[in-house]
Design a binder for this molecule. Structure first.
Ligand SMILES: O=C(O)CCC(=O)C(=O)O
Ligand SMILES: [Fe+2]
Length: 629
């Protein structure tokens, strides 16, 4: 029944949905977590449901914990499950922003429990802040990092200040010189500021005197030192944000620029709150851009020599392929064989292939001209519900369940460019599979992905039970890098650890059938145990227990990428082998503004509804069939 105070003003921008927030705010491009960091710096911060104990906000100062390393304790509060060190990624990036005086944007989420005020929206942009202090607190048996932010513009009233509150003190009347007491620790000789009213303590976690007032451990309840809350940093014109707090794309757009595909081409207001405020008139603001297709040459980098086959330089850190310039000429064929798993064939195109009529250059323009119905779909497994894929997708042919659920259009409705791409992919699939002596199943499904600048596809596999063992992808447009790595479970021999309540490393369950892949962790030990088990020398229990003991010696980690492919415009990649999708995963990161990836599969007919079977039927016209040149 508490009467909530109302806040003083309106945020400069807001969103009711996290995806929209992350898509439009350049300093907060993250769908999860409280902190956006990139290139080693923290750029933006979200204050929401759980800032940890002693989270503090007033009109000009925010004190909160740095997320990460946390699980919920018995009372449902987030507590660090291990020490957060100064060299953790999150701590390092906030310290980097502190040292370089980089302004950090802040967002106020309505699930906070701190301010006694009602926030107008789910996510409310606050203002630019500067990082003034980063220190460590003891929490339970661990330590975690805390940060103090101070509003950059102290002259202006903060919109989140309580309604009717006094305007901020004019700058000329403020005291910028008084700072809270700071003392050098006699143990570690490092300075720590007096953060708490209860007493000065050393805030260096590696010091013996950390978190002690005098000789005794600090009390669990602590109060902030008023001088720590009230000090202010002098304004400094040198400290400038490197983008606007609320970007305004519309007036800066030049519709005639060939570069238009780098920006999103359409805006639509999705704010339903205006509807309630204006008595049901939902805002109809919409702006659709005419986008002219960009030619492939716009994306070329200087190192690409037209009409010459690129020299391949292979990085010894990754698998070196077999090179064959003859059998699929004019393509160069690179084959990566994974024993007992499958193979990956990379068909390297060149300018002669790309510039032929109906070849990759024409397909790239053709795909931009068609309204393919490319959309971003919600990810099915995501920590934050409603997170959309970081790429656009549309499916043609037999429907199947992709990482996300994508509606499938019949090949009968597909534009010519799609069928032409399908012709190329069928040929590549056939060539790669037959040369390996396997049976060729013609693809009946084609997934088109579209990537604008900054988009990508994260690690995943294509091993859906309804799909055959072969996938073929045609790359068009921007150059990209494909990474292939062993899945966590197969690399480590066990699933991810499930619980580490007591601080010990607990591995998840051991693999039922461990293929002991070449290059996996503890390979020799795992192979030796497997051989003893298979020879009947040890029982299943002994085999499992020995593996558990073995895995407890080292913490599991992600496998490093085993294969790296540089995918250029016109290149094709065929992956073959059911086990390849079972044991390995891949991700693709484009480097430039616009890229399409068209991937064809064979969907097993018994996995498709009878009524939808015909969606996968097609007949290619002679000009859609690819002759391999
Ligand atoms: O963008 C690419 O080249 C890869 C696409 C992919 O992995 C997929 O569609 O499953
Ligand atoms: Fe894939």
């Amino acid at each position: 029944d508490q009467v909530l105070e109302q806040v003083h003003g309106e945020p400069p921008a807001w969103a009711e949905n996290r995806q929209q927030l992350c898509d439009s705010i350049p300093w907060f491009h993250c769908t999860q977590g409280a902190m956006y960091h990139s290139e080693g710096f923290c750029w933006g911060f979200l204050i929401d449901a759980d800032g940890g104990t002693r989270t503090y906000i007033d009109d000009e100062v925010i004190i909160t914990r740095i997320g990460g390393c946390c699980t919920k304790d018995s009372e449902g509060n987030l507590a660090p499950q291990k020490n957060q060190e100064a060299d953790s990624t999150l701590a390092r990036s906030i310290i980097a922003s502190l040292k370089s005086e980089l302004p950090v944007g802040s967002i106020f989420g309505s699930k906070h429990k701190i301010l006694n005020g009602d926030l107008p929206h789910r996510y409310n942009i606050m203002a630019w802040f500067r990082v003034t202090n980063v220190w460590f607190e003891r929490i339970g048996t661990n330590h975690g990092a805390k940060v103090r932010f101070e509003k950059l513009d102290l002259a202006e009233n903060s919109w989140w200040a309580a309604k009717g509150s006094a305007p901020p003190m004019p700058l000329e009347l403020r005291d910028f010189d008084t700072k809270p007491q700071s003392l050098k620790c006699e143990g570690c000789s490092k300075e720590s500021i007096r953060v708490y009213e209860d007493g000065w303590m050393c805030l260096q976690p590696e010091c013996d005197r950390f978190w002690k007032i005098g000789n005794v451990s600090s009390p669990p309840e602590l109060t902030f030192n008023p001088a720590f809350l009230s000090f202010r940093s002098r304004s400094d014109d040198e400290i400038r944000p490197n983008c606007s707090l609320v970007p305004d794309h519309l007036p800066t757009l030049d519709e005639d620029a060939t570069d238009i595909s780098t920006s999103r081409g359409a805006w639509k207001c999705s704010d339903d709150s205006t509807g309630t405020q204006t008595g049901g008139n939902v805002c109809s603001f919409e702006r659709l851009m005419t986008m002219s297709p960009i030619p492939r040459q716009v994306l070329l980098d200087d190192s690409e020599q037209p009409s010459m086959r690129r020299e391949m330089v292979f990085d010894r850190k990754f698998m070196i392929p077999e090179i064959d310039d003859v059998s699929l000429s004019p393509y160069r064929k690179l084959t990566y064989k994974l024993d007992g798993v499958g193979f990956i064939t990379h068909f390297v195109a060149n300018a002669d292939i790309n510039s032929r009529p109906n070849g990759p250059d024409d397909l790239f323009i053709g795909l931009q001209r068609e309204d393919l119905g490319l959309k971003r779909f919600p990810l099915s497994s995501s920590l934050v519900a409603g997170t959309l894929t970081a790429h656009f997708a549309v499916n043609h042919g037999s429907p199947y369940k992709y990482v996300v659920s994508v509606l499938s259009k019949a090949f009968g409705e597909a534009p010519g460019v799609i069928l032409r791409a399908l012709g190329r992919l069928s040929r590549a699939t056939e060539q790669a599979v037959i040369s390996a002596g396997d049976m060729y199943m013609p693809p009946n499904e084609l997934l088109t992905l579209g990537y604008f600048e900054g988009m990508k596809i994260g690690y995943h596999d294509d091993g859906e039970s309804s799909l055959g063992p072969t996938t073929a992808t045609l790359s068009l447009g921007a150059k990209s890098t494909m990474w292939i790595r062993m899945k966590y479970t197969h690399f480590n021999g066990h699933t991810r650890r499930v619980d580490a309540g007591d601080g010990k490393v607990v591995s998840g369950s051991v693999l039922q059938e461990d293929p002991v892949l070449k290059g996996c962790r503890l390979e020799d030990e795992r192979r030796a145990l497997k051989e003893r088990f298979e020879a009947g020398e040890i029982s299943q229990d002994e085999y499992d227990n020995s593996r558990r003991t073995l895995f407890a010696t080292q913490k599991g980690k992600q496998a490093p990428p085993a294969i790296k492919l540089d995918l250029h415009h016109g290149d094709l990649v065929v992956m073959h082998g059911e086990n390849l999708q079972r044991y390995y995963e891949h991700s693709v990161v484009p480097e430039n503004k616009l890229r399409f990836a068209l991937t064809a599969w064979y969907v097993k007919p018994d996995h498709v509804d009878a009524a939808e079977i015909e969606k996968g039927n097609f007949t290619l016209t002679p000009d859609q069939i690819y002759d391999g040149k």
